[in-house]
Design a protein around this ligand. Sequence first.
Ligand SMILES: C[S@@+](CC[C@H](N)C(=O)[O-])C[C@H]1O[C@@H](n2cnc3c(N)ncnc32)[C@H](O)[C@@H]1O
Length: 220
Amino acid sequence: MAKKKLIRFTENISFAHLFQPRYTDLKPAFWLKGRWRADFFKNDHPITLELGCGKGEYTVGLARKQGNRNYIGIDVKGARLWRGCKTVEEETITNVAFIRSRADHVEYLFDTGEVDELWITFPDPQPGKERKRLTAPVFLNRYRRILNPGGIVHLKTDDHQLFYYTKEILKIFPAEILLETEDLYHQYPREPVATIQTYYESIWLEQGKKIAYLRFRFNT
Ligand SMILES: C[S@@+](CC[C@H](N)C(=O)[O-])C[C@H]1O[C@@H](n2cnc3c(N)ncnc32)[C@H](O)[C@@H]1O
């Protein structure tokens, strides 16, 4: 393993705001499931969850703007999560947690209705592997269960096939689409969603790619 990665993995162990549950810690449920507000954040503020958060730009960026909400970022890659954790430590941000885990495990991590808002930022499009796509029905069903009824879901992507795919899938749920655009920065430059760019998003923008955005909620 590269030395830098090893140093980051070691430092990850010291972060009080990073949880790295083993598979056995998730069954039957992670100890903070249903208790994130009471036992970790120690407040009753709404919870926003970001899936596939990478370096955590959205989680941290939103947390800086809204101190009256709690933010949790999930990713499988420890070296990427290190960046978000380090920023949270350096800036003494108190309303953020990170979890190193798969988005597949959200129901072991969160209770029914415990999450108020969900972000899916530049997920891997997984062509040909629908079951791994973070907007496949199997995932959307999990999100629907952990979301508070009426909870908003945001998808930001450079992959327009994934954008169209997600819209088609949402028809069968059904869900209400609240805002959609195939070119966020051209059509809605003043929307709050256009004020934070993730690591991957910056790369796509430099390459001149259009960023698509979908905001929706499940019908109850
Ligand atoms: C293209 S990157 C985007 C990262 C970040 N959101 C950004 O925009 O810079 C996709 C991220 O999703 C993570 N990922 C992929 N599948 C995942 C899964 N099932 N659960 C959690 N994270 C996942 C990867 O580790 C990677 O960091």
